[in-house]
Design a protein around this ligand. Structure first.
Ligand SMILES: *Cc1c(COP(=O)(O)O)cnc(C)c1O
Length: 364
């Protein structure tokens, strides 16, 4: 098997060590005689897997006691509805920051349940920057403020956390962290709720993680399905129904791997190094271009274009023959996108950078 570096935006690359361990344990987990896939979610074996995953996740992210961690299903996309259903708590308004396609989807869904105030938008520059908090027009009656710290498609990342503590009556901050969670240390106390689909930076598809401050649970919109009620899941330790057991198990292995790397401070350092390698090449070259404003560039998803888009096909073809796959940009924006999540080794980025230099030289 030739070596492949997978730059997919999600489902995305997983650490080799994790897949190796999973393959060793596939048929017989720790002498249980069973695969994790075959275990009852209420068995003591699986309960120990779930408990360790939650503890490691809490430790890595420094999650305080008054926050619940929920292991759910149905993707970040379901959170677009679940957030308003649970967090409106009798109010009619919510603030949203509009920075690209994922926040747009969140806004569209929220409009089914409340009046959405788009407090800031980067539409004026084709979603290539993160609007400064000074320019946010927040509604003092909003039930919460929702934003997307990393727009996976546009490659725009907030390298700062909005501060809603003193002003605006402590309105809870809600973040869709699908493509940035676990990539850097985070002060969880700044947030009311954080959610993320697992398939970018946590583990396999099928698991959705929610971190929620306890006091925000318990009041849902009339008609809210039982499965969309955070409190039901919290009260049942994410075992109200069958959780995505195997995805959670793999996630546990990823979390152990992150701890071995040295935790999120060490991971952040590696991520900065990897992102800089790519952005330095993009900025020093006339051949490539990155459309995103420098301070707001994503460490996880790096979009770029070629000088001549007629070369796109050839670029992708030659990249693939170098073992560099899934570099095509999202169909809506074109160009290229390299997703370099935690599990992308630095060798993968180095290989990509070398290839890009060579390609530029050959086509200048
Ligand atoms: C991928 C992604 C989603 C959608 O996730 P699903 O789990 O497929 O629903 C939502 N928001 C962001 C920021 C994403 O990157």
């Amino acid at each position: 098997m030739s070596h492949i570096y997978n730059f997919s935006a999600g489902p995305a690359v997983l650490p080799k060590e994790v897949l190796q361990q999973a393959s060793e344990e596939l048929l017989d987990w720790h002498g249980s005689g069973m695969s994790v896939m075959e275990m009852s979610h209420r068995s003591k074996e699986f309960m120990s897997i779930a408990e360790k995953a939650e503890n490691d996740f809490r430790e890595l992210m420094g999650i305080p006691e008054n926050y619940k961690v929920l292991f759910l299903q149905s993707g970040a996309s379901s959170q677009f509805a679940m957030v308003p259903m649970n967090l409106l708590r009798g109010r009619q308004d919510a603030d949203y920051i509009y920075t690209g396609q994922w926040s747009q989807k969140a806004i569209k869904e929220a409009k089914k349940y409340c009046s959405v105030n788009v407090a800031a938008s980067s539409e004026d520059a084709n979603f290539t920057y993160a609007p400064n908090q000074h320019d946010w027009k927040l509604n003092p009656n909003a039930a919460y403020v929702h934003y997307t710290p990393n727009e996976t498609i546009g490659g725009v990342e907030f390298n700062w956390i909005p501060d809603l503590t003193d002003k605006n009556n402590n309105i809870p901050l809600v973040a869709d962290m699908s493509s940035t969670i676990l990539s850097r240390p985070l002060d969880v106390t700044k947030f009311g709720l954080i959610y993320a689909g697992a398939q970018k930076n946590i583990g396999p598809a099928g698991l959705t993680v929610v971190i929620i401050r306890e006091d925000l649970m318990g009041i849902t919109l009339p008609g809210t399905p039982t499965m969309y009620d955070y409190k039901i899941h919290a009260d049942n330790h994410s075992m109200y129904n069958t959780p995505p057991t195997y995805a959670l198990y793999i996630t546990g292995l990823v979390l152990t791997w992150l701890k071995k790397l040295g935790g999120l401070t060490a991971v952040e350092r590696i991520n900065i190094t990897k992102a800089n390698l790519l952005y330095e090449l993009l900025d020093s070259s006339d051949f490539y271009h990155c459309p995103v404003a420098k301070p707001d560039r994503s460490r996880m998803n790096v979009p770029f274009t070629l000088k001549d888009s007629a070369l796109d096909k050839e670029f992708l073809k030659q990249a693939e023959s170098h073992g560099l796959i899934q570099l095509k940009g999202h169909r809506s924006v074109g160009g290229m996108r390299a997703s370099i999540y935690n599990a992308m080794p630095i060798e993968g980025v180095n290989t990509l950078v070398s290839f890009m230099k060579e390609f530029a030289n050959n086509h200048a």
